[in-house]
Design a protein around this ligand. Structure first.
Ligand code: PLP
Length: 328
């Protein structure tokens, strides 16, 4: 990102465009679903059940993948007070992929990442599918937590592969990044990148900007998924002290709440690079990266790669907040 880098002396900023993965407007879930859907097909599933928030990118890309494979999807969506369920953004796309949607009420304290929070509803849906002669597969939110039908952290494998791709691309130009900065939600993308970095390029720090949890909870998610991924790959490696870097401060007012800083980050990247970020994940991660750059956290001569993990369909339901913050 030459024009954005120009604002920060001695820092080379790069971007990995995983918003361009192609499946239903792209995003990080395409790489994860490649492994998860293979597992579901191998287990004979015809219905994928999963859960997340109303404007979930994970659910939208899962619904697209199931449509592509001729399967049915059932999405259990947490609905917090004040969140619109108008068919807009990701929710509109879920409907175009003919997903069956069930809403459940959630509060600020609901631990959305954990199956326990929706176990009753999901248990009932599994029963229904079985009774009608189908075979359900419960994919964990974010695609890596070992829960539901998932006995392995499959989604994280997609990001081990992504790290390998980044390694190949940047080694070829002598630009192997000193740090990769990205949005972390279920810990799955971060875990995959961390496993890849530990195996291929230990100098590369993986920095997750938390968009949903406090530092301790998110770090635990990343550690658990990373260790399970090392086990799956039989590398004999473990996560060590200092490997997991989660920044909780940019969460600010909480998951999905668009602040002035996030709106400004979206605006800056749109106007300097012609690249769209999203209000919930990548805008927040970029606001964190810009703050770190402003504070001079990265030494001169560093190359820093921003992973664009997608999420842009949510720009539309956030239109009013975004325009208010930007005074347009
Ligand atoms: C656009 C976007 N970026 C980042 C994330 C976080 O990824 P992970 O769940 O792997 O931490 C998500 C998760 O929903 C997402 O939708």
């Amino acid at each position: 990102m030459e024009r954005l880098s120009a604002g920060f002396d001695g820092i080379d900023l790069m971007i990995k465009r995983d918003d361009g993965t192609g499946l239903a407007f792209g995003g990080n879930k395409a790489r994860k679903l490649e492994f998860i859907m293979a597992d579901a097909l191998e287990k004979g599933a015809d219905t994928i059940i999963t859960w997340a928030g109303v404007q979930s990118n994970w659910c939208r890309q899962t619904a697209a993948a199931t449509a592509r494979l001729g399967l049915q999807s059932i999405l259990v969506l947490f609905r917090k007070e004040g969140v619109s369920i108008e068919p807009d953004g990701n929710l509109l796309l879920d409907s175009l992929f003919n997903a069956r949607v069930e809403f459940v009420d959630a509060t600020a304290d609901t631990k959305m990442m954990e199956l326990a929070a929706v176990a009753d509803t999901i248990g009932r849906l599994e029963e229904e599918v079985l009774e009608s002669g189908g075979t359900p597969y419960v994919a964990s939110i974010g695609g890596s937590r070992v829960e539901g039908s998932m006995t392995e952290p499959l989604g994280a494998l997609g990001y081990v592969e992504a790290f390998m791709e980044i390694f190949r691309q940047t080694s070829a130009t002598g630009d192997l990044p000193d740090a990769i900065v990205h949005a972390t939600g279920s810990g799955s993308t971060q875990a995959g990148l961390l496993v890849g970095a530990k195996l291929l390029s230990p100098k590369t720090k993986i920095i997750g900007v938390s968009v949903s949890e406090d530092e301790e909870t998110m770090s635990r998610y990343v550690r658990e998924i990373s260790d399970a991924t090392f086990d799956l790959l039989e590398t004999g490696t473990r996560v060590e002290e200092g490997d997991v870097i989660v920044l909780p401060d940019y969460l600010q007012e909480g998951y999905g709440i668009l602040t002035r800083e996030v709106a400004d980050a979206i605006d800056l990247v749109a106007t300097t690079e012609g690249i769209l970020l999203d209000p919930v994940y990548t805008g927040k991660a970029m606001s964190g990266l810009l703050d770190l750059l402003g504070k001079g956290v990265f030494p001169e001569g560093s190359s820093v790669l921003f992973l664009h993990s997608g999420g842009t369909p949510a720009l539309f339901p956030y239109r009013n907040d975004l325009l208010d913050h930007l005074d347009r």
